[in-house]
Ligand binder design. Structure first.
Ligand code: CA
Length: 275
């Protein structure tokens, strides 16, 4: 055991690897051990769910193609008992895989084969972002409501704080809360990060590639490759975000698609858009 592993292990808690391919399982276990986790591994979905139930892990890596039940079903069962971070590993790079994984509650996904360093970077980035919403009912936030701006401004930064406002929409980066017309929005981690980025960009167009970077996190050390699947995932997140923003009857469409490029925030009525 290396000194690094020994020094870090008490901090990280446990991780569960659900993977039937022995070679890949060994690689993933090694990556997680090196990251300081106490690692358990299982080769089937049923055993995997059971070990998650027993160990309440921080992180689960989940293979999509398992011998007994498929990874999506395993994910649904895990989501009934745990709000752990789940990264899905798939040998299939097709779109359905990605969409289904994210919609079923995965936090991230990685297509095989991958470099151990890439898996580590994904996990580190994932752990640095607090969870906003899980399938379990969220704990009601005890943070005070941000002070409203004197006049609504396009993504106005209120003083020095991390509070951004756009009409009825108020987003507090520190507290990780978003409100629309005083109603709390239940956003996933990715949705929150994307909405924050669009607000911060002040109506300027954000490309899909840039938004992939936002979802991956700032400390996504140098993995700049953006796949079609990554871009599709952004479309799914934005679609979910739009749905949540428009479920409030008072809100106009806040996000607009710039065809072939990306997305931007719609300027408030009477305001000039940023060129
Ligand atoms: Ca497999």
């Amino acid at each position: 055991m290396s000194t690094e592993t020994a020094a870090r292990s008490p901090e990280q808690g446990s991780a569960v690897v659900i993977e039937d391919d022995l070679d890949i399982r060994n690689i993933v276990v090694a990556v997680l051990r090196q990251a300081g986790f106490d690692v358990h591994s299982e080769a089937t979905g049923r055993d995997g769910v059971e070990v998650v139930r027993r160990n309440t892990p921080t992180v689960v890596t989940l293979d999509v193609g398992l011998p007994d039940i498929d990874g999506y079903e395993v994910l649904r069962r895990i989501r009934n008992i745990s709000d752990c971070y789940v990264i899905m590993l798939s040998a299939r790079a097709d779109e359905l895989d990605t969409l289904t994984a994210l919609q079923a509650g995965a936090d991230d996904y990685l297509i095989k084969p991958f470099r151990p360093r890439e898996l580590r970077a994904r996990i580190d980035a994932m752990l640095r972002r607090p969870r906003i919403q899980t399938t379990c009912p969220p704990v009601p936030p005890s943070t005070p409501a941000p002070a409203p701006a004197a006049t609504p401004a396009l993504a106005a930064v209120l003083g020095n704080s991390a509070v951004l406002q756009h009409g009825d929409l108020v987003l507090d980066r520190e507290a990780r809360t978003a409100k629309l017309a005083d109603e709390e929005l239940l956003l996933t981690r990715s949705e929150f990060d994307l909405l924050h980025d669009l607000l911060r960009s002040n109506g300027a167009v954000r490309t899909r590639s840039a938004l992939v970077g936002v979802v991956r996190g700032e400390d996504y050390r140098g993995y700049s490759y953006v796949s079609d699947a990554d871009q599709r995932a952004i479309e799914v997140h934005i679609g979910n975000l739009r749905r949540k923003l428009s479920s409030n009857a008072r809100s106009p469409d806040l996000i607009t698609t710039v065809r072939g490029i990306g997305y931007r925030l719609v300027p408030l009525p009477g305001q000039r858009s940023v060129p």
